[in-house]
Design a protein around this ligand. Sequence first.
Ligand code: ZN
Length: 509
Amino acid sequence: MSVNQQRFDAVCARAREAMILHSTADTLEWDERTGLPIAAGEYRAQQVSTLRALVHQRRTDPVYGEDLLSLVQECGDEDPHGPIAATIRELHRDWQRDCKLPTQLVERMSRATVRGQQTWDAARKADDFSMFEKTLEHVIDLKREAGERLSEGTDRSVYEALLDEYEPDARVEDIQQVFDNLREPLVQLIAAAKDAPKQPDISILERTYCMENQRDFSHFVAEQTGFDFDRGRLDETSHPFCTTLGPNDCRILTRYDPHWLPAGLFGTMHEAGHGMYEQGLRPDWFGLPPGSYVSLGIHESQSRLWENQVGRSRPFWEWLYPQALEAFATQLEGVSLDSFYFAINTVRPSLIRVEADEATYNLHIIIRFDLERQLIDGTLSVKDLPEAWNSRYQSDLGICPSSDADGVLQDVHWSAGLIGYFPTYTLGNVAAAQLFDAASDQIGDLNELFAEGEFRLLLDWLRERIHFDGRCYSGADLIQRATGKPLCSTHFVNYLKSKLEPLYGITGS
Ligand code: ZN
């Protein structure tokens, strides 16, 4: 039996039409986050939610679903990882998922999370968790209900069904394994860095860095590493992100801080890494699974790889530092490459996730992963969350937030209903290190290339091994195929140790 071409074309046309609506809503959101007049917010919210509802309608249309079902039955002879079979399989999967959630529940979640984010914002400003408690309870209840419906008839737990939206097919057990192997070596490394004989001078990075020069410099770095400015642009916002508005239109956004050089510079490299992944997807399959990113963990592996494995490496700065000295002549006067390199690789436990270094960052994630599972399975009540949060920070990082704003209220995710999202950040860190090692093995000495400002070979390798396939393989399959083994934490731990131990003068453990 072979795939009915007319039916396949009709399904693709329907999916592309939904993507046109979806990307139009994304365009409006990009505009909202780059410079919407404050009074225009309410109408903009109506515009976006109207478009999102139309997308949901298109994607749950019964005729579309029937066509997909027929195509699933017809595509037995297709190569399962070819674009046709992948399109059918993944669109069917999306359709099943969308249909499991009644429109009424989707609407209730949408209202609860809009309200959730507003309440969270107010509670964080007032530094008062009690203002947020009831709203969060409501969001968690709705997410639990959604997770129960999504897990029905599958062998997934309620939490796994929620996680599946961001990291398809991921299992809690596997993530737990990766995190368990990560935790102890990280705790030891962080403690060793704290008591180490050598310490960085981070004040170098806190001098006043002119915003205009930061903009030019970040643009230069993004362009040199491979972000295509003919098919994308770089703008500013308060919470950096990357969004793709069309097959040749990728927007990255960053935030410059005049007294903290890494915010804008590494923020740009991070978002450019996301952007290069999006630009490496096949434009002719835009709006369909072969032209879509596979998972948030893989997405994050691309941003982290460029931000950290490349951007925080010494060879990279051997190439870039002379240019940094020109761009920031007064700020970096008399600062050696070694001092600068040490400063950008500081490890220091701190309370805020988004400001955390490469090593401690993952402890922040592990805490959230543990707590959100307890919230969903009901073993932790929202009222007890601040206390649970603080005690985990004390035991895991050795520091305790003195306020909810610096503790349990710091992240928007839970208020926005993003449960199962946090673990993808650390999965990305772990995958980045593993991919980077595989690329080094296969390409040759990347350090030599970086020292000459040459990044093309690395980008081409990522394009071929990760970007090109879109959703034709699962994220786990892509890692296996690119690196020859499943995701494991060893590469990341070794990467951190081999960089940080010499910097801090720690004798290897
Ligand atoms: Zn990211």
